[in-house]
Design a protein around this ligand. Structure first.
Ligand SMILES: Nc1ncnc2c1ncn2[C@@H]1O[C@H](COP(=O)(O)OP(=O)(O)OP(=O)(O)O)[C@@H](O)[C@H]1O
Ligand SMILES: [Mg+2]
Length: 461
């Protein structure tokens, strides 16, 4: 058995893979275990300080909403920043109101410990060991930053090993929040430990590659696919060449095509806030504007969810002082922040494809397959853009979004099918390394000979 942990900007997810079965993926309901009200599988990647305690996940979100105070959100971005030596930047005092100077690294580690404990509980509920070896996912890095990949990988591995110790230290106590003094002491102790459970931390997988596994599996001819993963914080775009091999498909990332756009679901949230404030007639600089802005920042993801999935034709947003506005999905899609995001995403896709050699571009015959994943992609306008046409180096290319659902998906509960775009990364990450498309050295020019295999499966249960 192997587990996979996907630490996401907005939501974290996990799965368990029974390596003996082709459809051996077991979805882990971290959200339900954590007490999420809207989610079953994803759990909020949030942290909140209150009354001498640190709260996590849905408890952090709820308390911050009730007290109208900011929480630490989108903490995943600090992983790549930490590699640039900002480990010791402290969490801002408006968020950390305690006397302990927790660093951003501390915040990330505490959250990963909470997540590790949830994973442990979910594993035990499935009859597996709390210490089942786990893979973890790695965020995409721009081609020019690719050399940093090994450092990010090393950092994640180290953090997850320390997280297991902390998870066990506070086992059974995470949901009520951890007293800050104890959290501080435990963090300072764990950083001194020489013996860590590093053996259960398996390999790191690039998110885009893991997300594309089901699409790769279905590929019977040599083909190029553009993977577009629209999460909360970033949209990761990269081109991969898939080629059937004797022992299953072989995948090669195409050198230079990995592009990261720092705009994703969060940008849609910002647009929605702007739209609500404008419709509510809140004048920038006024007290009402400030009050509404603060409350909307805390609850915008919930409003967006309802608008995009439940009532697109009109969602009523209640504001303090009995204020209320009605917004529609069409209005949101016309907002300039949204149209600019969609335009930038298309440009990022074109920039990615522009890295292909001229010969390779021609060989596409004007067509390119797109694998679209991530919870941020649930906006009609964005899906449409990914199935549109692009001009790359003067050549017209028509894009088509392909079905990236694994065959076993239709037999799973509907509420899992509904969020599969968010879970595709962990589903791919739980595949038997023997079945996981082998990753070859980046191809410097797509069109060259067969990719060479350089990374062999590194883990076997
Ligand atoms: N039902 C829904 N309707 C609309 N948007 C949703 C829904 N569920 C989640 N989202 C949005 O999807 C985004 C989160 O998607 P996802 O879980 O794929 O991102 P992530 O993994 O946390 O981010 P990243 O991959 O950038 O680290 C958020 O912007 C969230 O608001
Ligand atoms: Mg993600």
């Amino acid at each position: 058995m192997i587990a996979c942990l996907d630490f996401g900007t907005a939501f974290s997810k996990a799965g368990l893979g029974d390596l003996k079965k082709a459809d051996g993926f077991i979805e882990l309901a971290l959200g339900k275990l954590a007490g999420e009200t809207e989610e079953i599988y994803p759990v909020s990647s949030s942290l909140f300080f209150e009354n001498g305690r640190v709260l996590f996940g849905p408890q952090a979100v709820t308390r911050s909403l009730l007290t109208n105070r900011p929480r630490l959100d989108s903490i995943k971005r600090y992983i790549s920043e930490m590699v640039q030596q900002v480990d010791y930047t402290v969490i801002p005092p408006e968020i950390n109101i305690t006397p302990y100077a927790f660093s951003l690294r501390d915040g990330v580690l505490l959250f990963l410990a909470y997540l590790t404990d949830l994973l442990g509980q979910a594993l035990e509920a499935e009859g597996a060991s709390r210490y089942t070896p786990r893979r973890y996912t790695l965020p995409g890095l721009e081609a020019k930053q690719a050399q940093r990949g090994a450092e990010v990988d090393g950092l994640m591995k180290a953090l997850l090993a320390q997280a297991q110790v902390l998870a066990d230290t506070f086992q059974g106590r995470w949901s009520e929040g951890v007293p800050v003094a104890e959290a501080w002491a435990a963090l300072r102790t764990v950083e001194q430990l020489k013996e860590l459970p590093s053996g259960i931390i398996s390999d790191g997988l690039p998110e885009a590659l893991a997300a594309a596994q089901s699409a790769i599996d279905k590929t019977t001819n040599r083909t190029l696919m553009l993977v577009v993963d629209v999460g909360a914080g970033t949209s990761d775009v990269g081109a991969f060449v898939v080629q059937p091999g004797r022992d299953g498909p072989v995948v090669a990332p195409v050198a230079g095509t990995m592009k990261v756009l720092r705009k994703a679901g969060d940008r849609i949230d910002e647009a929605l806030i702007d739209l609500i404030l404008t419709k509510a007639g809140a004048v920038p600089g006024s007290q009402t504007h400030t009050i509404y802005l603060n409350e909307l920042r805390l609850k915008v993801r919930q409003i967006k969810r309802e608008l995009l999935t439940v009532t697109p034709e009109g969602t009523l947003v209640l504001l303090s002082d009995d204020g209320s506005v009605d917004v529609t999905q069409a209005e949101l899609e016309q907002n300039t922040k949204v149209t600019a995001f969609v335009r930038d995403l298309k440009k990022t896709m074109a920039d990615s494809l522009a890295q292909l050699s001229e010969e390779a571009l021609r060989s596409l015959n004007g067509r390119c397959r797109v694998v679209l994943t991530g919870g941020g992609s649930r906006l009609g306008a964005l899906r449409d853009a990914c199935g549109d046409a692009l001009t790359v180096n003067g050549l017209g290319i028509s894009l088509s979004v392909i079905d990236a659902d694994p065959e076993w998906l239709s037999a799973r509960p509907q509420d899992f099918v509904d969020v599969f775009d968010q879970m595709a990364v962990v589903a791919g990450g739980c595949l038997d390394p023997e079945d996981f498309a082998r990753v070859a050295r980046p191809m410097t020019s797509f069109g060259a000979g067969a990719p060479q295999r350089v990374i062999e499966p590194s883990y076997k249960a």
